[in-house]
Design a protein around this ligand. Sequence first.
Ligand SMILES: [Zn+2]
Length: 340
Amino acid sequence: MSLIIDCHGHYTVLPKGHDVWREEQKAAFSAGVSALPYPLISDDEIRDTIESNQLRLIKERGADLTIFSPRASAMAPHVGDAAVAKEWALRCNDLIARVVELFPDRFVGVCMLPQSPQADMANSIAELERCVDMGFVGCNLNPDPGGGHFRHPPLTDRYWYPFYEKMVELDVPAMIHVSGSCNPAMHATGGYYIAADTIAFMQLLEGDLFADFPSLRFIIPHGGGAVPYHWGRYRGLADMLKKPGLDTHLMNNIFFDTCVYHQPGIDLLADVIDNKNILFGSEMVGAVRGIDPTTGHYFDDTKRYVDALDISEAERHAIFEGNARRVFPRLDAQLRARGL
Ligand SMILES: [Zn+2]
């Protein structure tokens, strides 16, 4: 029996006070005054939001454990300044820590980072350390803190290196994950997310980042964006750019999740991409919430697509459990400590 580990879940339905405070924080920044104190949020409020959303769906769909991070669309590092981003990340990550404390068998934390368009990665390094101290096992790294304009240096630039050094030191992976789009030409979850996944992969292909950081690990979510579908293009570009083959150039360090919301897409992913590079994920509750009229099942009920793959049980075990334990060694250690 595999442990079903969902590597991609966000805390999307939150205690009201948290969201209200965020609006106050933004208003205070605009008015040039200090934000009001963060409200008291009870354990019962957190319990209610989790039990009626994430936990209910996890139980219905048969996942065991969710790698859980703050709501991605609301990370919004382009809002306010570095101080606003720092406090917002801290509040969001503290809520995740409380969820994990209340439901330790069901959730493990991944943190958002206090990135900000004009800032270096110093605050992000400090927040990553703080969160790993609290038991978090990874982070979400935003390649475009400006929110839909791609003005940041590519992920291979030395701008990011101090952060990567900390990731390697702490042995935690990052999911490459953008936030809300402030570019009206780019729909957040339909245009921006999938474009950013694809752009991130190409940035990494063009550079030699993993020669400098051989143990650095990235998860590119949403099935790797357009990459698996265009795998021949990327293999061809690697050849044109005089890079090694993708298997050694990138695929010891890059992993894709299964947040692809139909069976033919998952079939293609598993066919094209080596199964050692695929982690089960659903990204619920969030991006697409409806029911697929052609199947009668929720689009984001991704476990049933993986269950239906024509692969060996050993490969399915790798996608559901083994790969996640390899990519998130701190999770593996926590599970082993529990006898799992
Ligand atoms: Zn996500």
